[in-house]
Design a binder for this molecule. Sequence first.
Ligand SMILES: [Zn+2]
Length: 211
Amino acid sequence: MDIIEKLTEVFKEFPGIGERQARRFVYFLMSRNGAYSENLSGLILDLKKEVAQCKECFRFFIPTQKVGTPTSSKSVGVCEVCLNADSSSLMIVEKDSDLESVKKSRVYNGKYFILGGLVPIVEKNTKSRVRIEELKKKIGSSPKSDLGEIILAFSLSPQGDHTDTYVRNELKEITEKQNIKISSLGKGLSTGTELEYSDNDTLKNALKNRQ
Ligand SMILES: [Zn+2]
């Protein structure tokens, strides 16, 4: 495999990028000067250094407190969304960009959890694809009186529906024991709607009509 093929394979792993687009990226990089590539590779390395993953919701965020600043032990590794959220509800979303769009709409002020993907309909080893064990642990360990409702907010697609059913089944035992209500946001969205691209009114309605 030559360098062009190797880099094409890397870009093909990006969301929504196919062989042809991946190859175009490689040719684009070749046409740029050395400083461009240096800047790009530096930024990619810095991204890993500067971004943290929240221990509560698994969201990626840039910590406002730099290393060396006195912090309370509770805030270390927890993002500002989790620190300021109302802990009576927990919304489960597929990915970071879903959380960002719901957060931006200001229609919901509870906690979040990023599942890390949808569960494919034909999938034998589901547990390796999504954070279901982490989710169970989180709910199982939350104080009984605190959490009253879990809102499943996946896109209205066959895979989103499948994930909804899967998560409901997996959480059934814990939620019944702790008397936590589970609702789905999807019913208020139209078919094929991506949470990520929903506007404020759509989200507001979806949240109001959740069932
Ligand atoms: Zn968080």
